[in-house]
Design a protein around this ligand. Structure first.
Ligand SMILES: [Zn+2]
Length: 440
């Protein structure tokens, strides 16, 4: 039998196989939007896992966009830690004006980098995780706990492929989302989008404006567009208030933001605008929930409305989140706190440090991933993957091949160590909401 040290040396020797695997994944064109194009890539991953004795659960989240969950039963799963490895198979869209040096879906190698759409976000991470599992299996190294591999769809447009996995009951003692983190071990703040709508029960002709706004006019009506200006001012006020009173270690002050991203309203110049809708993006801290920040915004805007002679009778309405930026124009990425003292984070840090001879950095991602959904399902979770955010979604997206190799090695160590560690007793299990505070 191969030892773990011999196996780690094999990663160097066989790195061409790793790069070929990443290139194969990149060649499957899975940009989202337009989405509904991941079936072939997912079939490839399912077959890859099947050959390594995983049982496969495959289901359509949307037509032609199936999720894949592969499970490799451990030899003693009751007593040993289970692990979820999660990654998204969709990649950022390619804008037709993007000036790539080469075809984004025909990856190339240049100066130690793999270049192609998804190299950093995150087909590199998927390929390296799959390769780590392949090497462990081929070496017949014993894995005592269950290993669950989730290849999900829809992350780039807020479609909760990962949420569907947790709804289906998949859970584990620890989860690693192998998304872009430059080999930092990360949690995240959260994001929720929402629509604020102002709607008049009556529609008025443009020629009635004088009677609506001037002395003696007598028409108690309003332009929904003008009333939305008050809402926007209210949001700015609340955003500034948050910047003053809210904070979280590791985040620059004022990271909780409310962006008025899209506005639509009015019918035609011959009418007073009877409806106006504002689409906002809200970023919040790791110790906040999307429900909580949505409520804070509603409460504040209702108070603003109460002080207005028309809005007090016609208050704004709210729609929060959604299941897809494509389908229902909304998304939620729950936040994810990280506790450096939790067993999973400690074990991963140890593997990173001993393999790469460098300190493990445990911090927060400035962006959002599917990690929040796993955390919200009560699974201690981190983001840890190759590639950096400058490259995610970028023209000529690239990842360092040496980082793919390093990541593969750390994952081999970590899977082997974690899944062969006995489960901690119930009392020591961490609970979401206390992470990062007073646990130890
Ligand atoms: Zn990603």
């Amino acid at each position: 039998m191969t030892s773990i040290e011999q196996l780690l040396m094999q990663v160097e020797e066989r790195q061409k196989e790793l790069v070929d695997l990443a290139m194969t994944l990149i060649q499957y064109k899975t940009p989202s939007p337009p989405a509904r194009n991941t079936k072939e890539a997912q079939d490839f991953i399912a077959n890859f896992l099947k050959k390594l004795d995983f049982s496969i659960d495959q289901w359509d989240v949307y037509p032609n966009d199936p999720n894949i969950v592969g499970t490799l039963r451990g030899t003693d799963p009751k007593q040993h830690n289970s692990l979820i490895i999660n990654g998204h198979v969709d990649v950022a869209e390619i804008d037709e004006n993007e000036q790539w040096d080469t075809d984004p879906f025909e990856p190339i190698i240049q100066e130690g980098h793999l270049i192609g759409r998804g190299a950093a976000d995150m087909k590199g991470g998927l390929a390296a995780s799959l390769f780590a599992i392949q090497l462990l299996k081929e070496a017949n190294l014993n894995i005592s706990g269950d290993l669950i591999f989730q290849s999900v769809i829809g992350e780039e447009v807020g479609e909760a492929g990962t949420l569907e996995c947790t709804k289906r009951g998949y859970t584990a003692d620890f989860a690693v989302v192998v998304d872009t983190s430059d080999l930092r071990i990360q949690g995240q703040g959260g994001v929720i989008t929402g629509w604020v709508t102002i709607k008049s029960p009556t529609t008025h002709h443009d020629a009635t404006r004088r009677s609506m706004i001037h002395a003696g006019g007598g028409l108690h009506g309003a332009s929904a567009i003008e009333k939305m200006m008050k809402m926007i001012a209210g949001l700015q006020e609340l955003e500034r208030h948050w910047a003053v009173v809210k904070s979280y270690p590791g985040f620059p002050a004022g990271s909780s933001t409310i962006n008025p991203a899209v506005i639509e309203g009015g019918r035609h110049p011959a009418f007073i605008a009877d409806e106006c809708r504002l689409w906002i993006t809200v970023h919040f801290y790791p110790d906040e929930t999307h429900e909580q920040v949505a409520k804070e915004i509603e409460t504040h805007l209702r108070k603003v409305a109460e002080s207005d002679p028309w809005l007090c009778d016609h208050p704004p309405t709210f729609e929060w989140g959604g299941s897809s930026m494509i389908e229902d124009k909304g998304e939620i990425f729950p936040s994810l706190e990280i506790n450096p003292e939790s067993p999973g984070v400690k074990a991963l840090s140890r593997c990173h440090e001993s393999q790469l001879n460098a300190p493990a950095i445990v911090d927060y991602s400035p962006t959002v991933t599917d990690g929040g959904w796993l955390g919200e399902a009560g699974i201690p979770t981190v983001i840890y993957g190759p590639g950096d955010l400058q490259n995610a979604h970028a023209v000529n997206e690239k990842v360092q091949i040496v980082q793919l190799v390093d990541f593969t090695k750390v994952m081999i160590r970590f899977i082997y160590e974690w899944c062969n560690t006995r489960k901690v007793s119930q009392g020591e299990v961490t609970v979401k909401g206390t992470l990062g505070k007073s646990l130890v």
